[in-house]
Write a protein that binds this ligand. Structure first.
Ligand code: PLP
Length: 441
């Protein structure tokens, strides 16, 4: 039984009069109505009904320091007094660019925009502009934001995905066939099949777009063999590797690419690099990033944006990223291990099918124990969706905010006590859901 939230219900009534379905961001929509946030501090968030919960969502993995970090507030407050956006460049963009370029060896140059979707879009456009080739490849089931080409085959189903070689399937209604024709879809973590498909399209392929641990694809890490295959095809064909590190940048100081000894040609960044403010960035080799350089007679890829590198985002971002030291990443990784071990142990103890995926400060709860390797293997049956939904609802009703897919992220205000509180709540949720299932049998 979901706990009543009358203030949120009333706010939603107002919202439905002025927004389609009362909603402006599909991820926060839920039945019978969304949660409305009132305020957050550290790793806790309080909703409009006055209920405070531990936040294991962190605005969909974007708040690495939780809510209202004092250093970020101080930097932003100082900037607010000086102005929020100018028709001029500002030193703040150089500060964040210098910090990011010093972090990862593959980041020679960086370019800012306002969302991860935009970052992916400009990375793909840069790959096309640099290579002169029209097609992009991506993995079935991987989410990369809302650029038409990047959305292809995001939610393929057994009815639409074709055979072992995935078909290009439209995500949004109205996607032109021409978009589908320009996107080559490969199966994640299947190096033999993917290599064959990539080589067959190599003549027209600008790049492959890869998230090394796609969260919608199950938060399953790429295998070393899969990444080795991508490097081999790049070396042989000239196809670029575009990494989507919008989420995975948090996994290591240099991003997840360092865990695979992979030097991306281009990397799309977002979420944590804006310190809690809207952000996107494309980083990459000077050679490829030169497509953005306006000093040419005709810039190959003109890129503008009214709020690109706005100083509020820049100062928040550089403050947050400086605080995300190697030591903090290691500490969060150990907390992540504690959470993953605890979730797996709780499921075993409850005698429930289930497993946990993820790495570092990210983990995802699965409620089946079939082997996991890619998007197709991760999909749940309708009954399994109900079980996960019941676990998530129970946890939200008992003080822990978890996202509806069971994807969880940690933030630096957390310590062992918060992980243990999560696990206590998770064990109670399993007992509750297990009891309900038995009663229904
Ligand atoms: C891996 C990945 N890429 C891109 C995006 C798009 O970022 P944004 O929501 O800032 O447009 C997201 C957002 O969740 C993401 O998870």
């Amino acid at each position: 039984m979901m706990i009543e939230r009358p203030v949120s219900a009333a706010l939603y009534d107002r919202a439905t009069a002025v927004m389609p379905g009362g909603n402006t961001r599909v991820t926060v929509y839920m039945k019978p109505h969304p949660y409305y946030a009132a305020h957050g501090k550290g790793c806790r968030i309080t909703d409009a009904d006055g209920v405070t919960r531990l936040d294991f969502t962190n605005n969909y993995n974007s708040l690495i320091h939780g809510h209202a970090h004092p250093d970020v507030i101080a930097a932003v407050r100082d900037q607010l007094e000086r102005g929020t956006a100018f028709p001029m460049a500002s030193e703040t963009e150089i500060d964040l660019a210098e910090h990011l370029c010093a972090r990862a060896p593959s980041f020679d140059h960086v370019r800012f925009c306002n969302s991860g979707s935009e970052a992916v879009m400009f990375a793909l456009k840069a790959a096309r502009a640099h290579t002169g080739k029209p097609k992009i490849a991506k993995c079935e089931g991987s989410y990369h934001g809302s650029y038409d080409f990047a959305e292809v085959s995001l939610d393929s189903t057994p009815a639409t995905w074709g055979n072992a070689d995935p078909k290009s399937v439209a995500y949004a209604s109205g996607t032109p066939q021409s978009v589908l024709d320009e996107v080559v879809v490969i199966p994640f973590n299947k190096p033999v099949e993917s290599e064959r498909i990539l080589r067959a399209h190599a003549r027209n392929l600008a790049c492959v777009l890869i998230d090394l641990m796609p969260n919608r694809g199950g938060l399953i890490p790429a295998t070393p063999e899969f990444v080795a295959m991508l490097k081999r095809v790049r070396d042989d064909t000239g196809m670029l590797i575009v990494l989507d590190e919008v989420i995975t940048m948090r996994l290591d100081y240099e991003g997840a690419q360092s865990l695979y000894d992979l030097r991306a040609d281009l990397t799309a960044l977002g979420k944590i690099v804006g310190g809690g403010f809207p952000v996107g960035a494309v980083a990459g080799s000077a050679d490829v990033m030169a497509v953005f350089d306006p000093r040419q007679t005709k810039t190959p890829l003109p890129h503008s944006g009214t709020f690109n590198a706005n100083p509020v985002t820049m100062v928040a971002g550089v403050t947050a990223m400086r605080l995300l030291t190697r030591d903090e990443i290691i500490r969060l990784g150990a907390l992540g291990d504690r959470a993953r071990d605890g979730v797996a142990a709780a499921m075993r103890a409850a005698g429930m099918p289930g497993q946990v995926t993820g790495m570092g400060s990210l983990f995802r709860i699965h409620v089946h124990d079939r082997p996991l390797s890619d998007y197709r293997s991760m999909l749940m049956t309708a009954a399994e969706k109900d079980v996960l939904g019941a676990i998530v609802e129970y946890m939200r009703d008992h003080g822990v905010f978890v996202n509806e897919r069971g994807v969880c992220s940690l933030s630096t205000p957390m310590g062992e006590a918060e992980i243990d509180a999560f696990l206590d709540c998770f064990r109670d949720a399993l007992a509750f859901v297990g009891g309900q299932t038995q009663a229904a049998d």
